[in-house]
Design a protein around this ligand. Sequence first.
Ligand code: ADP
Length: 320
Amino acid sequence: MKRIGVLTSGGDCSGMNACLRAVVRTALFRKKEVIGIIRGYEGLINGEFKPLGSRDVSGIVNLGGTILKTARSKRFLTKEGRRRAYKALKENNIEGLIVIGGDGSFRGADVFGKEFKFPVIGIPATIDNDIVGTDLTLGADTAVNVALDCIDKIRDTATSLERIFVIEVMGRDCGYIALETALAGGCEEVVIPEKSYDIDKMCDRIVEGNLRGKISWIIVVAEGAGKAEDIARKINKKTSLEVRITVLGHIQRGGRPTLKDRILGAKFGNFAVELLLQGKRGVCVGIQSEKLVTTSFKSAIDNKKWLDTGSYFRLIKILT
Ligand code: ADP
């Protein structure tokens, strides 16, 4: 294998650049050429290719987002779109592909790799940390730290003004960010998609707390479990207490990658290139108990990652 392609796909996250840098520099160290594919699968279909040298990835280890840009591609969902992508790779003598993205991107990588017998290695990158086969995905650590920083700031004002706040964090199907930040931020309540919640009981706890003199209260809600606005309205209706809301939104996707994400990016990028050169294909990389491992795309996308929600709820209850 002389030339490899690399792309970032789907939702962006911090650490993608650090990972790209590791892919490029490992490949160059191995005397291979690297082609950066702009805008994920969409750019692959369009042939948006850019040769990457060592200097092209200078000064990006500390940058959020992805210099390759990322995109969603409807055309890649079709066989015709994928056929065009394959043609573009062939025409540019690209013999292996590294896909940095989430489970959607892995679905695409799996179908594509099997359809055209093309070597593809995946690098799990998503703020939700919801990919099977790795303890941690790229970007998750930065996202929880960014969200935690916001929650800390809101706590300052919540405590001073003795207010109840509902803070909505990202997580359409997964409560990872909500659970991590609620526990680390010393928040009183957390609402996640994996578990139903009882608004009446929550209001009882708030009123009881109020009677004990505990007036400020922070409720973290994952977007997939409900809207901050709706929860705030219900609390206000039942308790007559004033409730404020903050929706953190896309702020959680950006920011300087944390040390952990930069290290993970370096390890994953390096490992993915080595695997490609060893002739591995159809797997994504991961880290388990500090060891680099591989998981088949099929296993990564067919299974739901287990999250120990019970432990978080238990600790939040004891510690707040
Ligand atoms: P993420 O990788 O962050 O989960 P998406 O779910 O949006 O992001 O997926 C990124 C892209 O992967 C999609 O826009 C599409 O081009 C491709 N993709 C997702 N699922 C499939 C599939 N079943 N077959 C082919 N391509 C897919």
